[in-house]
Design a protein around this ligand. Sequence first.
Ligand SMILES: [Zn+2]
Length: 353
Amino acid sequence: MSVFLDGALVVLPQSAGGPQITSLRLFRGRVIALGVSPHRGEKILDLQGFTLYPGLINAHDHLELNHFPRTKFQERYDNAHQWGEAFLPKLNEEPFCSLRALPLRERCRVGLLKNIRSGVTTVAQHNPLHRPLRQRCTAPQVIGRYGWAHSLHFTPPETVQAHFRQTPPNAPFMIHLAEGTDEVAAGELSRLQALGCLGSNTILIHGVGLSRDDQVQTLKTGAGLVWCPSSNHFLLGQTAHVEAFSAAGTLALGSDSRLTADGDLLDELRAAHATAQISPAALFKTVTTDAARMLRVPDRGALLPGYRADFWLIAGQPTDPYRNLIDLCPEDIQSVWIGGQKVYQNRAYSPVH
Ligand SMILES: [Zn+2]
């Protein structure tokens, strides 16, 4: 049976006319019509006074690491690999030793919950796709088709090459790159290119040390950048220059894990906005349509006919929903839906149906 959502302020992409009060018809988990009248006998949800945002896409997380405390051992690093080298031995000390011993299922659950309660309905895992993340009905859904390598520092070059070659061209290949402000970071894009691993499906995570030339090279290939500003500020004291990627539609936002980041994707939107590099409307694209294209899930990120019915609700109808998104926190989100099914209800609110 189809479901008719009536009267909500629907936050559409600017390219589709922007936010508007309209109706949606859902059928078999997808949006099938917009701005139509209800059929007789159809299930109708009255959403007057509500705003309906498309499910957000978090382009970078390490889902099994979100139960760790935010950690660093000096005020600032020149390169994230210095932090990584300092952190690895600590895994055998408390509290990390005990936290590592928790069942993987529980650890993944923490990461999934962090995401769903902040309106994320699709998340990209950077690490193996652990069994608890593979189930079809996880909330949010974890992207299943991807290739990855950790970084040029921690992954041998031949392994980076092998993983890149094993990644189908229509799946994203993700790698931490230029996560630093030193010469090593500045040289990493050239190294990746020399390995033959900079393709149109390559997604660079962080990119703080990318020069203007590096940006031009990356844009030429069609590769994308995932921006994690709060993590960058925490470790490096600065973040990437993202305007060119945003203008090209190849910029996505990632929360990273709580080990180094502020928290969830809404926190990350706030950190991104604070850099004053791109507008709230451009930021909205980084967590919806542009992220969907980069991660090769083109039917997500917009509430338009043909798209999967992933969305979340807040009370009220702000005059600028793109700007309003920057100020939201999980407590504002009433419920989250994936494929037209409610998967999360904030207990502080009564259900809308
Ligand atoms: Zn990361």
